[in-house]
Design a protein. Structure first.
Length: 121
C-alpha cells in the first residue's frame, strides 16, 4: 500500500491577500462537503490571487491511513498540516476513491525524500 496520494480539492473563495488565503473543499464518502481555509502556497503551486476566477479544481498530497473497496481514509495533517475545522481539529476523513488521485512511484519517492528531510531536522 502506498503511503501518500492526492486528494482532489476545489479552491472556491479567495479570503485574504497576505500571505494569500483561500477556501478549499472536498466531499467525503458520506457526501458531506467540507470547506476549510488555508494559505495558497500550502495548497497549490498555481498562482492563485484575488483576481483568479474561482472555483478551480486542484489536488493536495495527503497521507493514506487505510483503504477499503470504495473509500480511502486519509489524514490531511500529513504531510503539510492542512488547516481543518478549528473546533474539532479533525484531520482524518473517509473519501471516495473517485476523490483520490494516485501518486506515481517517482512522485512517491521524491515526496518521501522531502518528508524524511523535514522529519529529521
Amino acid at each position: 500500500m502506498k503511503k501518500y496520494c492526492y486528494l482532489k480539492i476545489t479552491l472556491s473563495n479567495y479570503v485574504h491577500e497576505f500571505p494569500g488565503y483561500v477556501d478549499y473543499s472536498f466531499t467525503d464518502s458520506d457526501g458531506i462537503t467540507h470547506t476549510f481555509t488555508e494559505k495558497v502556497p500550502v495548497l497549490t503551486i498555481n498562482n492563485i490571487t484575488a483576481e483568479t476566477v474561482l472555483p478551480v479544481e486542484d489536488k493536495v498530497p495527503v497521507k493514506i491511513i487505510s483503504e477499503l473497496e470504495d473509500r480511502i481514509k486519509v489524514d490531511l495533517a500529513s504531510p503539510y498540516g492542512l488547516m481543518t475545522d478549528r473546533e474539532t481539529w479533525k484531520t482524518i476523513f473517509d473519501v471516495p476513491r473517485t476523490g483520490i488521485i494516485s501518486m506515481s512511484d517517482k512522485e512517491m519517492k521524491e515526496f518521501g525524500n522531502i518528508r524524511s528531510h523535514y522529519e529529521n531536522t
